[in-house]
Design a protein around this ligand. Structure first.
Ligand code: F6R
Length: 245
C-alpha cells in the first residue's frame, strides 16, 4: 500500500478531478456518505460542487455529510465556527437536507463531551461509514485536528490545538488570543476507516509537510503519514505543493 500521488497542472484542475469523483459517487450510490473538511483548501472544491448542482443537476438530497472537526468554546453565531463556514461556503447553496448534515458541536458541556464524541462515531457507523473523505493537511501534518502524538487508532475526541495551528488561524480570528485552544476532531482511526480518501494540498507552504507525509516513515508526529497504510489514499497536489517530492 502507498499513497497515490496526482500532481495536477493547477489547483483548479485538482479540484475539478476531485469534484468529478464525488459527483460520480453521488450519482451512482443511493445514499453516499461524505467526510468533509474546512479551511482554505477545499473552498474551490465546494464552489465546483455548487456549480455542478446548479448547472448539471447534481443533487445532494440523498447525501449525508460528516465534518472532520469543530472549534470548541465558540458561540453558534461566531462566524468562524466550522458549522457557519460549511453553511456559508457549501450547504446554503445546495439541496442537502439539514438532517443529513453532521458536525461536532462548538459548545458542548464538559460533562457531555465524551458521550457527544461517541455519538458522533455512532452516527458515522449508522450511516454506513464514510464513502469519500476530503482532507487538507496542516503545517503540523495534522489531518482533521489530529496534532502530533495522535495515535493511529484514535477516535473522535477533544484535542488541544498545536501552537502552529493556532498561529495559522490567528488572522481569521483577528489575533492569536481569540483562537480557541481546543477542538473536537474525528480521530485518525475514524478517518482511516473511510473507504476512499482524497487529501488536497496546494501551494509551496505545504511542500515540506507533504514530503514528510509521503516520503518519510510513518510516524505519529505527522498524522498524515498514517495514510501510507490506507488501501485507497490519494493526494491531489499542484506543482508547488509537490515541489519537494
Ligand atoms: C479542516 C481540517 C484541517 C485543515 C488543515 C489545512 O477541517 O481538519 O486539517 O484541512 O489545517 O487547512 P488549510 O486548508 O486552511 O490550509
Amino acid at each position: 500500500m502507498s499513497i497515490q500521488l496526482h500532481i495536477h497542472s493547477s489547483r483548479e484542475a485538482a479540484v475539478r478531478t476531485v469534484a468529478l469523483e464525488m459527483a460520480t459517487l453521488i450519482r451512482n450510490k443511493a445514499h453516499a456518505v461524505l467526510g468533509l473538511a474546512t479551511g482554505a483548501t477545499p473552498i474551490p472544491l465546494y464552489q465546483e460542487l455548487v456549480r455542478l448542482h446548479h448547472e448539471e443537476g447534481l443533487s445532494f438530497r440523498q447525501v449525508t455529510t460528516f465534518n472532520l472537526d469543530e472549534y470548541l468554546g465558540l458561540e453558534s453565531t461566531h462566524p468562524e465556527t466550522y458549522w457557519n463556514f460549511m453553511h456559508r461556503n457549501f450547504f446554503d447553496h445546495i439541496d442537502i437536507p439539514a438532517a443529513n448534515i453532521y458536525l461536532p458541536s462548538s459548545h458542548v458541556a464538559e460533562s457531555e463531551l465524551v458521550s457527544h464524541c461517541l455519538a458522533y462515531e455512532e452516527a458515522i457507523r449508522a450511516a454506513g461509514g464514510i464513502d469519500y473523505q476530503i482532507l487538507g493537511i496542516g503545517r503540523t501534518g495534522h489531518i482533521g485536528f489530529n496534532e502530533p502524538g495522535s495515535p493511529a487508532d484514535s477516535i473522535t475526541r477533544r484535542i488541544h490545538l498545536d501552537a502552529i495551528t493556532r498561529q495559522d488561524a490567528a488572522s481569521a480570528f483577528g489575533g492569536l488570543e481569540h483562537v480557541p485552544t481546543h477542538a473536537i476532531t474525528m480521530g485518525c482511526g475514524t478517518i482511516l476507516a473511510a473507504r476512499h480518501i482524497s487529501l488536497m494540498a496546494f501551494g509551496e507552504g505545504k511542500a515540506e509537510i507533504v514530503r514528510r507525509a509521503v516520503r518519510e516513515p510513518v510516524t505519529d508526529q505527522v498524522s498524515a503519514s498514517f495514510l501510507q497504510n490506507h488501501p485507497c489514499a490519494h493526494f491531489h497536489l499542484d506543482p508547488a505543493s509537490a515541489s519537494a517530492l
